[in-house]
Design a protein around this ligand. Structure first.
Ligand SMILES: Cc1cc2nc3c(=O)[nH]c(=O)nc-3n(C[C@H](O)[C@H](O)[C@H](O)COP(=O)(O)OP(=O)(O)OC[C@H]3O[C@@H](n4cnc5c(N)ncnc54)[C@H](O)[C@@H]3O)c2cc1C
Length: 319
């Protein structure tokens, strides 16, 4: 089985989710794994290839037009590579580019597409997947004949790559020319606000259930007691209760602390994407059906406004 992986990278720094795709390709028994890299120049292609010893071939589209992410141009490259290579399986991450390109590639190649994939096996030329739907509240088990395209949730697959000594060969393809009028004017990095959640060993994350800033001191006191950073789910940031630098998730920061204590967070797929690699996940939620309970190592069905102050007091008194 031939598998093609689309590489998500910024200036040659590969996203963790791409390593997970390569590991997935290996674990489902691909006989060959190739990776498509769209990059601004050849040095970046080489930098990417050097980080992917688990694959046979890097298919490189390098041109100054690829310095920035242009959805149509990258999609055109992916479509042409699928036509050229005829892979049995095409893997993309559920990232900004993966979401953009998955459906476009399925349309152009007339291949079936499964999104939000969290598990995959290949059985008798069929792709058997579990997919999160309705923000993780339901899991859809889907069987799809190969060849097929899958858009895989970051963080769902363990990224232990099979060790290979060889660096992949680089095969250059002709790059298409952008025929749209999309131009990147400027790339802006989000303001850090002096906080780097990626370095935090302990995080207390609060969700929409906070309801406003009045009760934020309850959360901050627990965080201080634990020597932890306070973080929030997206609704907390959108409401302005915490600054953007404290958002965890798909459109926020991806964190891997030793302790991730979350209260009043439902556990939507976009939030899990940012924290599911945490070593110890503890969830407090008043709804026993909340999706987070299938991800947390420990959980309590409770009113967080009752439990958080008691927990702080116990920790302070060491009782
Ligand atoms: C493209 C895209 C990107 C996104 N990026 C992100 C992202 O980066 N980060 C992110 O977090 N989300 C992101 N989202 C939003 C995501 O889909 C969810 O809407 C969001 O994570 C829900 O936040 P929440 O769990 O705080 O709120 P809710 O889903 O409303 O959950 C609140 C939870 O609190 C519980 N609760 C209520 N009262 C109490 C109480 N007293 N005690 C205990 N528990 C209580 C409820 O049972 C519920 O489970 C994104 C969505 C999209 C489409």
């Amino acid at each position: 089985m031939k598998t093609l992986v689309y590489v998500d990278h910024v200036d040659g720094v590969i996203a963790d989710a791409t390593f997970e795709l390569v590991a997935l390709a290996q674990s489902v028994g691909s006989s060959s794994v190739e990776a498509l890299v769209c990059a601004g120049n050849e040095e970046i292609v080489e930098k990417v290839a050097a980080q992917l010893p688990g694959i046979e071939n890097v298919i490189a589209a390098s041109s100054s037009e690829f310095e920035n992410y242009l959805p149509n141009l990258h999609l055109q490259c992916l479509n042409e590579t699928i036509e050229l290579k005829n892979p049995d399986l095409v893997l993309l991450s559920y990232s900004t580019s993966g979401v953009d390109m998955g459906s476009g590639a399925a349309y152009a190649s007339n291949l079936p597409l499964v999104c939000y994939v969290t598990e995959m096996t290949i059985e008798a030329s069929e792709m058997v997947t579990a997919s999160q739907v309705y923000g993780g509240k339901l899991v859809a088990n889907v069987k799809t004949p190969l060849p097929a395209i899958a858009v895989v949730m970051p963080g769902a697959i363990k990224s232990d790559l099979a060790k290979k000594d060889t660096t992949p060969a680089i095969e250059t393809i002709t790059t298409p020319t952008d025929t749209t009028n999309i131009k990147v004017v400027e790339s802006l990095q989000p303001e850090s606000g002096g906080i780097d959640l990626t370095k935090a060993e302990r995080i207390v994350c609060i969700g929409r259930a906070l309801g406003g800033t009045e009760k934020l001191p309850i959360v901050e006191e627990l965080a201080n007691t634990l020597d932890a950073e306070v973080a929030g789910s997206r609704p907390v940031i959108d409401a302005g209760w915490l600054p953007k630098a404290r958002q965890v998730g798909k459109s926020g920061t991806k964190v891997k602390p030793k302790l991730y204590l979350m209260a009043g967070v439902s556990g939507a797929a976009e939030h899990l994407e940012g924290m599911s690699d945490s070593e110890l996940i503890i969830a407090l939620n008043s709804d026993e059906q909340a999706p987070i309970f299938s991800k947390a190592h420990y959980g309590a069905v409770c009113d967080m406004f009752h439990v958080l102050p008691v927990l702080t007091e116990r920790l302070q008194n060491n009782s």
